[in-house]
Structures are given as C-alpha cells and as structure tokens.
Design a protein around this ligand. Structure first.
Ligand SMILES: [Zn+2]
Length: 339
C-alpha cells in the first residue's frame, strides 16, 4: 500500500511541477518510499506503546491505591493489608511468578524503641528469554504515612504512582518478554527508613552476583515543568550512554540530582529505595520528579496528579527498561565512578 501511494504521489508531483527525467523519478520514488516507510514505522511504534499502556488501567490502579479505603498504606496497618491484597491480585492477573517460593510475600520486622511492626515486601518476576542468570529489579514502594486522627495521607504521587507504573510495566513485559529476568518489587516501610528494601537486599531470592541493575520509581505522576529525572548516571556513566538513545515523547527526561556538590540541585542518590543497592555497588536508575507543595501532605491526592504526563512517563520508562535490558552486559558489575 505504501509503495503505490508513493508512486501515485510521485506521478502527481512530476506531472504538476516538472517534466521528469526517468532517473530523477526513480530517485524521487526511492527516497520518498523510505521516508514513507520510516513514518509508518514510527507511527506503528508509537501506537504499539500507546496500546500497551491503556492509561485507563494505569490511572485506575493509582486511584485504587490512593483511595481513602486504603487509609494511607502505613506499614503494619489494615490499610497496608488492603494494599497488599490489591497488589497481589494484580500480580496474579498479570501472570507474574511468585518470587519467594510459592509466595509473593516477604515478611520482616521493623523495630523501634517501643514495639516491633510487621512489614511485608511483595515481589513477582518474569523470566528472561536468554538462558542467563542476570536480574533487573524494578522497584516501587507501596507504603505511605497512614493517617493522623481522621486525616488520611493518600500518597497518590508518593508512591501509588510508582506502584501503578510497576504494574503497567509488568503487564507490558509479559507481552514483550525481556532478555533478562525482571523482578518486580514493591517494598514496604520505605517511609520508616527504607526498611523493606534493606531487608530484601539482605535476603535476595537469587545470589547477589546475579543482580545487575536496580530501577526505582518513587513519585512520577506530576510535574509543573513536565520533567522527569533519571538519577544515578553520575555514578554509573554507562547508563547515561544507554538512556541517551531514548527520545522522550510528551515529557522531558533530564539527568541529574546525583552530584553531591551540585550548586542548585539536591543529591537524591540516597533518597529512596535505590540507596541500599547503590551502597552495595549495584548500578541503579531512580526515576522521580521534583518535590511539590503536596509532598507528604494530606493533599497528595489522585485529583492532583497530571494524567497525561504520568501516562507519557510510564510509556517512556518502559522504553528505557527495554534499552537497559538489551545492554545489560555493559552495565552488570560496573563500578561506581564516584563511590
Ligand atoms: Zn516515596
């Protein structure tokens, strides 16, 4: 179909504007055909990503996780139990394999001076198509601050957004299997000092030598500047080379927030669940937005997220994960340039 349209266009163009020489015409047809094919290919690629991310489902998942019924998802509360039931139901629907024997659950204890609270990490995985033993951990904490009196802190951006994105990515990669094993981890007790992520790292379901890369998402659903940061490339420059191949659509992907002496930007190298992995020398990419006025406030609600930005960001992160998966051999066991 493409070729005949191009030939028809060529004939119209030639008969209207010039008496063509045969060679000019052939050249014209070839160039136009390839441009047309390229446009078609790009259109199909964009459509494929758009189709794989029905933003309805993505937004619905975020809305459920940030709903009042889940009471702010504080570790050790009924709200956290409800959040876990929901996430595990989605893991099973998507077809993730349980990461801990027959279970998605990894319980642990969070101790403070007065009491011990039970936290529970959740994880499921998709096996890679290559017969290899390397793992990428894709991570988004599900806990938040709970409630004070009757005031709920819904944590829509922090971090219902990351968990909804993780579910969308899991769905995407079950349809487009990765080369390497992808483990989808939603840690508990991030807000209590990254306790869930630290426990997971000490109790990995595979040998640590096989852990090639950690990808963390924490607060990714709103930005007044339409900007998402990919943090960590200062420490692991190879990641920047790979991610630079990705052309962001519908938002701006910026590098930064990982330099300890930067004059204007905070260093986020230890700001969320990627920190313990980074401290163990595991390469990481953390996706996140700048803090906003609703950060850790009861006003961090579903209504305040930016749906178009969020959908574009999740489709973009999927493309980034795909690129990182393809180049994982160059990443695995990279030493931090600035430990
Ligand atoms: Zn968070």
């Amino acid at each position: 179909m493409g070729d005949s349209i191009v030939v028809a266009c060529g004939i119209i163009f030639c008969s209207t504007f010039a008496k063509p020489l045969l060679l000019d015409y052939i050249f014209f047809s070839i160039v136009k055909t390839n441009i047309f094919r390229l446009i078609l290919l790009l259109a199909c690629t964009c459509q494929a990503v758009a189709q794989t991310f029905p933003s309805e489902r993505l937004l619905e998942d975020l809305k459920t996780l940030a709903s009042v019924e889940l009471e702010g998802r504080r570790t050790g509360t009924q709200g956290a139990v409800k959040a876990r039931l929901f996430i595990q139901k989605r893991f099973a629907e998507i077809g993730l394999k349980p990461a801990f024997g027959k279970s998605y659950e990894q319980p642990f204890w969070v101790k403070n001076q007065k009491e011990a609270i039970e936290g529970v990490n959740l994880a499921g995985f998709i096996a890679g198509t290559k017969k290899n033993k390397q793992w990428i951990v894709i991570c988004a904490h599900y806990d938040h601050l709970g409630k004070v009196g009757s005031t709920v802190f819904p944590g829509a951006d922090d971090n219902a957004s990351g968990v909804a994105a993780l579910l969308a990515l899991a769905e995407y990669f079950t349809k487009k299997p990765p080369q390497h094993n992808l483990l989808f981890l939603t840690p508990d007790a991030e807000e209590m000092g990254l306790k869930g992520a630290k426990h997971f790292l000490k109790n990995l379901p595979f040998p640590i030598e096989q852990l090639a890369l950690h990808i963390n998402m924490d607060m990714i659903s709103r930005s007044n500047k339409n900007e998402l940061f990919a943090v960590g490339t200062y420490h692991y420059p190879v990641l920047k080379k790979i991610l630079a191949q990705y052309v962001a659509k519908g938002f701006k992907l910026s590098f930064g927030h990982d330099h300890p002496q930067h004059p204007t930007q905070d260093d986020w190298s230890n700001a969320s669940d990627h920190a313990p992995f980074h401290q163990q020398g595991i390469p990481f990419v953390y996706f996140g937005v700048e803090d906003h006025e609703d950060y850790h406030q009861p006003t961090d609600t579903f209504e305040r997220i930016h749906p178009t930005f969020f959908s574009a960001v999740v489709a973009g992160i999927a493309e980034c994960v795909h690129l990182l998966d393809q180049h994982l051999n160059n990443i695995h066991k990279q030493k931090s340039q600035h430990p």
